[in-house]
Design a protein around this ligand. Structure first.
Ligand code: IDP
Ligand code: MG
Length: 160
């Protein structure tokens, strides 16, 4: 299966990263892709998608009892998002570091949220918080045949 190799090859770990509607509107798709690319991670899938409310409610179902849940779903449905799958060693945890803390006022400069935003409800990007979450989110947002299995040309220059 698509996920079976996660167990055996650490370089095959995958995470779900999404550029939220504010990130798309503010022209940040290229910059956000660039940060994952230049780190050495491999892009496995990517699409611009105006997500249906049901998908977003499912995506954020663990937050359903939070006071900001309805506003969060409305924000995420306010325009297209750029959904991606990135692959590489420790990409889930490292992806979260590249994004920065959830609240942009706590995000270190040099992170995406630290560099580009201010309010937690307009924090421009999403990243899976654990390997199991990533597997759930990838399956939610992508069909199996949208995930591209290919050999990365740079691989031997990135991994020892
Ligand atoms: P994460 O995106 O860093 O994983 P979560 O706690 O999973 O953070 O929350 C999901 C999203 O919900 C956040 O990225 C943010 O957009 C939004 N959010 C979280 N806390 C608040 C809040 O207190 N007010 C408004 N929106 C929030
Ligand atoms: Mg989260």
């Amino acid at each position: 299966s698509v996920f079976a190799k996660n167990m055996t090859d650490p370089k095959a770990e995958r995470t779900f990263i999404a550029i939220k509607p504010d990130g798309v509107q503010r022209g940040l798709i290229g910059d956000i892709i660039k940060r994952f690319e230049q780190k050495g991670y491999k892009l496995v899938a990517g699409k611009l998608m105006w997500a249906p409310k049901e998908l977003l409610m499912n995506h954020y179902k663990d937050l359903a009892d939070k006071p900001f849940y309805n506003g969060l779903v409305a924000y995420m449905a306010s325009g297209p998002v750029f959904a991606m799958v990135w692959e590489g060693k420790a990409v889930v945890a490292t992806g979260r570091k590249i994004l920065g803390a959830t609240n942009p006022l706590d995000s270190a400069p040099g992170t995406i949220r630290g560099d580009y935003c201010i309010d937690v409800g307009r924090n421009i990007c999403h990243g899976s918080d654990a390997v199991e979450t990533a597997q759930r989110e990838i399956a939610l947002w992508f069909k199996d045949d949208e995930l591209n299995d290919y050999e990365f040309a740079d691989k031997k220059w990135i991994y020892e």
